[in-house]
Design a protein around this ligand. Structure first.
Ligand code: 5GP
Ligand code: MN
Length: 325
C-alpha cells in the first residue's frame, strides 16, 4: 500500500534528523533522488545525512555532495531513515540495513512495481519513470525548488529513462522535466554527461563486446558475457572495470529485431551480475528467478556463488526463450 502523500509531508514537517540512502551500486536515479531530496530537506532546515556506496565520477555533475555522511557516528535515536529507488531491504547496503533495524521511523520513495512496502511510510508508484519523478511529486507545493535540487532530480530522470526514451517516459515525466528546466539548470550538460559521454576505456570495452555478442531466435535475443579474466586481459584498456559496462545492455537492444538483451558479467568481487532489457517480455520476472528484480522492461540480479558467467547465461537464456514462446 502506498501512503497518502499529505500524511508523509506532515510527518516530514514534524521531524528534524534525516538519513537518506539509495540502493547498492548507485545509479543516476538513486544518486539524483538522494541528493535532490536531501537538498530540499536541508532547505526546510532539517539535519540531512546522505549515504551510499562509492559511485562513478560522471555522477559528480549531480549537486549535493556536501550532504555525504561517512556512516561512522550513531544517529540520534529519533532520526528518520529515507530509502529511495529501493524495492526491498535486499537492495540496501549493510549500514542502511542496520539503520532500518535500529531507527524508529522509515520512509521509502520508489518506482518499482515489485516494491515490498518495507518502510513505515511508503510512497510508491510502479508506473513512474524514476524515483526522482516520485521525489518531485513529494516536493511539489511542499518545498520551493532551487537550481541545485532541480539539477539533481533532472539528472536522475534523464538517467533512468535513458534520455527520455524508455516506455516509462510519460507526459507527466516531460511536464516535470520542463518545470525543472525552467529553473535554469544546465540540462544539456547533464544530459550529455549522463547519456552520451563515455571514457576511452568504455568505448574500447564496448567495441569488444559488440564484436563478441551473439544472438539466438532470429536475432530476437541478443547477449554477451564478460568474465573477470576477459576484463583483465583486455589489452587496449587494462584499467577497465565492471563499472565501465553501464549502458552496454541498452545498446544491444538497439539491434533491429531484438526483443530482449542480456549482459552477464563478473564483478571483481566475483559476483555474477546480470542486466536485462526488453521491448515486450517481462524481464523483471526473469530477474526475480535469480533473486533480483527491477521493472518489466529493465531488470537485473546479482548472483553470489559458484556459477561462471557462461553458466548463468545458459540458465537465463532458457527462461527468456520460455517467456518468448
Ligand atoms: P541494471 O541492469 O541497470 O543494473 O538495472 C536495471 C534495473 O534492475 C534497476 O533499475 C534495478 O531496479 C534492477 N536491478 C539491477 N540489479 C539488481 C539486483 O541485483 N537486484 C535487484 N533486486 N534489482 C536489480
Ligand atoms: Mn530508478
Amino acid at each position: 500500500m502506498t501512503h497518502d502523500i499529505g500524511e508523509i509531508k506532515t510527518f516530514i514537517s514534524e521531524q528534524k534528523n534525516f538519513y537518506i540512502t539509495g540502493h547498492i551500486n548507485p545509479d543516476g536515479d538513486s544518486i539524483g533522488s538522494c541528493f535532490g531530496l536531501g537538498l530540499a530537506l536541508e532547505k526546510l532546515g532539517k539535519n540531512v545525512h546522505v549515504f551510499m556506496e562509492p559511485f562513478h565520477f560522471k555522477y559528480d555533475v549531480i549537486p549535493g555532495k556536501h550532504l555525504m555522511w561517512d556512516g561512522i557516528e550513531q544517529p540520534t535515536p529519533d532520526s528518520v531513515l529515507i530509502c529511495v529507488d529501493c524495492a526491498d531491504i535486499g537492495r540496501l547496503s549493510d549500514r542502511a540495513k542496520e539503520l532500518a533495524e535500529t531507527l524508529p521511523y522509515s520512509i521509502c520513495i520508489d518506482h518499482h512495481y515489485t516494491n515490498t512496502n518495507f518502510a513505515m511510510y511508503n510512497f510508491v508508484d510502479g508506473t513512474a519513470s524514476s524515483a526522482c519523478e516520485m521525489v518531485y511529486r513529494l516536493l511539489d507545493s511542499f518545498v520551493d525548488l532551487n537550481h541545485d535540487i532541480a539539477s539533481a532530480l533532472y539528472a536522475g530522470m534523464v538517467s533512468d529513462t535513458g534520455g527520455f526514451r524508455h516506455a516509462a517516459t510519460s507526459q507527466d515525466t516531460l511536464d516535470v522535466a520542463s518545470k525543472l528546466m525552467s529553473l535554469g539548470i544546465p540540462f544539456t550538460e547533464i544530459y550529455t554527461e549522463l547519456v552520451h559521454l563515455r571514457s576511452f576505456t568504455e568505448v574500447k570495452l564496448l567495441a569488444r563486446i559488440l564484436n563478441s555478442c551473439s544472438c539466438i531466435k532470429d536475432g530476437q535475443v541478443v547477449y554477451a558475457c564478460v568474465s573477470q579474466e576477459m576484463m583483465q586481459n583486455f589489452e587496449n584498456a587494462p584499467d577497465a572495470t565492471s563499472q565501465d559496462l553501464e549502458g552496454v545492455v541498452e545498446i544491444l537492444l538497439n539491434i533491429r529485431n531484438a526483443r530482449v538483451s542480456l549482459l552477464v558479467y563478473e564483478r571483481d568481487t566475483k559476483e555474477v551480475k546480470i542486466s536485462l532489457r526488453s521491448r515486450s517480455v517481462n524481464v523483471g520476472a526473469i530477474a526475480q528467478h535469480f533473486g533480483g528484480g527491477g521493472h518489466t522492461l529493465a531488470a537485473g540480479a546479482t548472483i553470489k556463488g559458484q556459477y561462471s558467467v557462461f553458466e548463468v547465461k545458459d540458465k537465463i537464456l532458457l527462461l527468456i526463450l520460455e517467456a518468448l514462446n
